[in-house]
Design a protein around this ligand. Structure first.
Ligand code: AMP
Ligand code: MG
Length: 481
């Protein structure tokens, strides 16, 4: 019985004005398509009960048990640099919070659950392809050790929903997150000049993510520091995987430091710092190389929202917040060096070696993921595979390799620090098309199996480790909203 799921509602209890209570949509034919039983168990949920009719009704947004308190979250946000004072969950609902066996709190949230008062022109729907994309990529990120929201379930609704390329199956994603607090949540309160709301939100966020700061007279500034540290570390991890989020708007930037809202995101195959996949990112604002600058820009927007809580004297508040952002820049640099030092299994970060490696790749269309997997053999005097990844391998590569060898990497550690399998975009597209167009989930499951164990190479699965042909690499992804 899903009524046995014990929900708490700490957000709804203390943050009036930051949500709208809402109800289930009701669908023609809600069906459970995927359930992440491992996640359900890890969270202490009864995976069997989630598959009961009531469980499926809840996960699909068809009908909710009384223990839930469905709300559409209010938030604001800078989208591609322009500020919207009111965005909010236009097609999503928070059902409540559950506690895992360790006592940690997790939001249970549905995406695609129907129109809410924040829907603006949108239809409130999600379709199967993008929902499966979020499931696959968020689970891959979790397996890669990247902080992320998690995918609990996918349900189909029985509706067909009109999208850019025709009618597609309607679907709902049930996801969990350590919270759905975003920079945009703080911007919502700040934009209304609602100091009490802002203070309550800060207290709630601190209770949830930084409880040791509760009661600290300098809590707002220290909280800004914590969010900065979590986010720069997160983006450094993205950079170490060639991950491009695609929509780094402030409403998609969490307080927790988890990756959220997998839309037109993708992993880069062939290294090019200016890579952009998203069809809506015409200016390349969220290109691979821009992600570190953008996260600091987003943090600056959080700082602006927090100013009145940082110091009653605005000039002083600005000076103190500016220092945090400046420090964040240095923090990012350290995190980035640390990520690549780990990937190279170096005994200590070597900035010159790491920078030269990036310079080596430039203009060579090197497959980012394969480069690191080819290192053990190259260090073992078999550099052919590594050389083969370059369009024009030359003396610079040999010189770098000699320098790398001299830096005494821990060769045995390399395969556990560099994935063989990432959700390569051409494979993702194939898997989603099979599911969406033909109802064939087998390619999806095969790919999911690989990316859930990304470091373990499996015989016969070579094609999952290989990049597409250079001229066949997908260049555009769609957010599908
Ligand atoms: P996203 O880019 O997915 O983070 O969404 C940005 C904003 O648009 C959020 O407020 C969403 O709730 C809203 N939104 C996106 N797609 C839809 C849709 N199909 N119907 C209603 N609102 C939507
Ligand atoms: Mg979003």
């Amino acid at each position: 019985m899903t009524t046995a799921l014990r929900f708490e509602h700490s957000y709804a209890e203390v943050l009036p004005g930051l949500f709208v209570p809402w109800q289930a949509q009701g669908w023609p034919d809600p069906q459970l398509l995927l359930l992440n039983t491992a996640l359900a168990r890890a969270l202490g949920m009864d995976a069997q009960a989630l598959q009961d009719p009531q469980g499926v009704a809840m996960l699909s947004g068809h009908a909710f048990p009384d223990t839930t308190r469905p709300i559409a979250l209010a938030y604001a946000g800078h989208q591609f640099g322009g500020f919207s004072p009111q965005l909010g969950d236009g097609r999503a609902l928070l059902l409540g919070e559950i506690r895992d066996p360790s006592g940690a709190r997790h939001d249970l949230h549905l995406k695609g659950s129907g129109r809410t008062p924040f829907a603006r022109g949108g239809d409130g729907r999600a379709v199967l392809g993008p929902v499966l994309r979020e499931y696959l990529i968020s689970e891959a990120m979790a397996a890669l050790g990247v902080p992320t929201t998690r995918a609990l379930a996918v349900c189909t609704t029985g509706e067909r929903v009109l999208r850019q390329f025709g009618l597609e199956p309607g679907a709902v994603l049930a996801r969990t997150a350590s919270s759905h607090l975003r920079i945009g949540t703080f911007q919502f309160a700040a934009a209304r000049g609602a100091q009490d709301m802002l203070r309550a939100l800060l207290d709630h966020a601190i209770a949830r993510h930084d409880p040791d700061l509760a009661g600290d007279p300098d809590a707002a500034l220290k909280f800004l520091v914590r969010v900065t540290h979590r986010q720069v570390r997160l983006v450094a991890q993205w950079m170490g995987l060639g991950f491009i989020h695609g929509v780094m708007n402030t409403d998609n930037t969490t307080i927790s430091g988890e990756t959220i809202d997998y839309g037109p995101c993708a992993f880069m195959d062939f290294y090019a710092a200016e890579t952009v996949f998203s069809s809506i990112d015409q200016q390349g604002r969220y290109a691979y190389r821009n992600q570190p600058g953008i996260i600091l820009w987003n943090i600056a927007r959080l700082a602006e929202a927090l100013l009145p809580l940082i110091d009653a004297d605005e000039t002083r508040a600005i000076a103190r917040a500016t220092e945090v952002i400046e420090d964040g820049r240095a923090r990012y640099r350290d995190a980035w060096l640390d990520v690549f030092a780990q990937k190279l299994a170096l005994p200590r970060p070597d900035a010159a070696l790491i920078e030269e490696m990036h310079a080596l790749w430039t203009g060579q269309e090197v497959d980012f993921t394969s480069f690191f997997r080819a290192l053990p053999a190259a260090l073992d005097d078999r550099p052919e595979v590594l050389r083969g990844l370059f369009r024009a391998p030359g003396p610079a590569l040999e010189a770098w390799l000699a320098r790398y060898r001299a830096a005494c990497p821990d060769v045995a550690a390399l395969p556990q620090r560099n994935p063989a399998y990432i959700p390569r975009n051409h494979l993702v597209e194939d898997a989603l098309a099979a599911a969406s167009d033909r109802g064939d989930m087998r390619p999806f499951h095969r790919l999911l199996d690989r990316v859930q164990a990304p470091y373990t190479e499996v015989a016969g699965a070579e094609r999952y480790a290989q990049p597409p042909a250079r001229d066949a690499a997908p260049v555009v992804t769609f957010c599908g909203t």
